[in-house]
Write a protein that binds this ligand. Sequence first.
Ligand code: ADP
Length: 626
Amino acid sequence: MKKKEFKSSSKRLLDLMINSIYTNKEIFLRELLSNASDALDKLNFLSLTDASIEKDNLEIFIIPNKNERTLTIYDNGIGMSEEELEHNLGTIAESGSLKFKEENKDQKSAEIIGQFGVGFYSAFMVAKKIEVLSRRYGSENAYLWESTGPDGYSIKESKMDGYGTKIIIYLRDDTEDDDYGKYLDEHTIRSLVTKYSDYLRYPIKMEVENSKLKDGSTTEYETVKEIVTLNSMIPLWKKDKKDITDDEYNNFYTDKFMDYEKPLKVIHTSVEGTVSYKSLLFIPSHAPFDYYYKDYKKGLELYSNGVLIMDKCEDLIPDYYSFVKGLVDSPDLSLNISREMLQNDKHLIAMSKTIETKIHNELLDLLKTNFEEYKKFFSVFGSQIKYGVYNMYGMDKDKLKDLLIFYSFKKKDFITLEEYVNTMEQNQDNIYYASGETTDKIDMLPQVEQVKNKNFDILYLTDYLDEFVIDILGEFNGKKFKNVTDGSLDLDTDEEKDQIKKINEDNKQMLAYMKEALSDEVIDVRFTNKLVNHPVCLTTDGKISVEMQKVINAMPTDEKVNAKMILEINEKHPIANKLRDLYDNDREELKKYAKILYSTSRLIEGLSVENPTEVSNIICELLSNK
Ligand code: ADP
C-alpha cells in the first residue's frame, strides 16, 4: 500500500502544531468529541427524512486502553467514505480553523493554535500514531486511515460493525515534561469532558470500574464495570445563568465560533411569553476573521428545542449587528420549516425584534457602565452602526443614534451626542463639527478657531462615513448640526456682521477681480472676521463639504461632485492691505496673489493644487523679487 503525502501547506502546519511549544494539549479531546457530535448531528439530520434511522442510539464512546496505551473515540454517526477520509483528513487546509491560521500565520501562531484548536489534527499533539476506522452510513465498506504524523498517511479497506467512526490514538511515550498517560485515567477524562464538552447533545459514555458491596455481603466489595454518561447534555444556553461560569461561556464561544479571544460581551436571555426562546449571543472583541470577505454571512444558529434547524439564520439580526455571533433556541418553531417559510414566520419576526432590542440595550448599557470597553467595541464595529444610521435613507437612524460616539475637542475623548447637547453653552444653538483625516489636522483648520473662541465644543470627525451620518441625522434633540467650514456659520454679533458687510461692500470690485482671476473655481472671494491668526480659509456653501467631496470623488463610480467653495481672507491680517494696495497699483500681481492664496487654502483643506507648476513658478518669481 502506497503512503500518501499530506498537501504541502498541510504538512508545514502539521509540523508547526506537533512541535508547537503550546502546552494546552488537552484540548484535543474537545476537538474529537465535537467532531463526533457533528457526525451524529449529520446522521440525526438525515433521520428527519429517513425513518429507519434510530435516533435514540446516537452516542459517543470514550474507550481508554491502558495495556495498549490507546484512547479511542467512537461515534455511531454519519461516518466517512474512502473519498471523504482522503479529502477531510488528507488536507489540513480543509479545516476551517486552519484556513484562518494559515492566513494569520505571522501572528503568534502557536498561541492561536492553542486557543481554539485545530480540529482533528490537534490529536497529533498527544499521539504518535492515529488510526481512523470509518464506515459511512448506508455503505457496506469500511476504511482505515492511518498516519504517524507529517510524513504522510495511508488508507486501506477494512471491517467495521455498524456505522460511524473510531479514532484510535496511540499515545506518545511519557517524557519528563509531559505525562501523556494521564489521558487514560478516568478522572482526567471525566474532568476534561465536564470542562469542554458537557453541553454536547449526545451522551458521551465510558466504561468505568466501581467497587460495590457483593450481593448479600456487608463487608466484601467487588469491582464491577458499568457504563456511565459523562456529560450532562444540557446545552449551555438551557442552563441557569447563575450556574454558568465566565470560563464556560468563553470556552463555548471560542470553541463554537472559532475565535481565539474571549468575547467582549455575553448576552444570555430567556424569554417566556407569546413566543418563548432562549438566546445566547456574543459580541466579539475583534472583527471575525472573515468579516470583511465578500461571502461573510451574518446570522444566528437557530434551534428548535435543542435541535439545530439552521446554521445561519439571517433574519434574526439586522445588518448593522452582523458581527453578533450566537444562537437562538425556541420550542415554538417547527423542525421542518423551510427557509422561505421561516422568513414570514410570526414567531421568528417577534424574536428578531426582541433580539434587536436586547442587543441595543446591552450596547447602551456597556456605553454607560464601561465606556472604555465601549470605545473598544466602537473602534471595531462603530462603522457598522454608522452604516446602519446612514443606510436606507436613514430609516433606522432613530434606533441607533444613541449608540454613536464622536471625538470631542473639549473633552479630548469620545462623547455621545446626548452628552454634547447636555453640555452645550447657554448661547449655543448648534452642534458644531469639523472633519479631516486626523484630529491633529482638524485642530489646525483655520475655521475651528472662531468656534473655539466662543468656547463651543467641536466634534472632530475623522471617519469618512461620519459626515454622511451627520447629514442623514440632520439634528439631535432639536439641535442642528453645523460644519465649522460652512460658509453660513453665523457666529458673529450684529455689530460684527455690519462691520464685515461694509468691508466687503467697499472692496467689492477688488474681490470680484480676484474671483475672476481664479477662473471661477470659487463661487465667491470675500473678507472675513472669523479668522484669528490664519490669513485665509476655504468654506463651502450648500450640502457638500470639502470632506464629502473627497469621499464621494474617491469612490469608484462616475459620479463626481464639486463643493461650492468660497475663499475667505482674514481682514485683520496684513495680507488684506497688501491686496488693496495691489488692486490700486499692480493688478497683474494681484492675480498671482489670488492664485497663491487660493492654492494655500486648498492645501490647508488637504486638497491638491490643480496647477502646481504654475503656482510654484509664481511663488519663485515673487521670492526672487524680494
Ligand atoms: P473541522 O471540524 O474544523 O472541519 P477537522 O480537521 O476537525 O476540521 O475535521 C475535518 C473533517 O473531517 C470534518 O469537517 C468532518 O467532515 C470530518 N470528520 C472528522 N471527524 C469525523 C467523525 N468523527 N465523523 C465523521 N466525519 C468526521
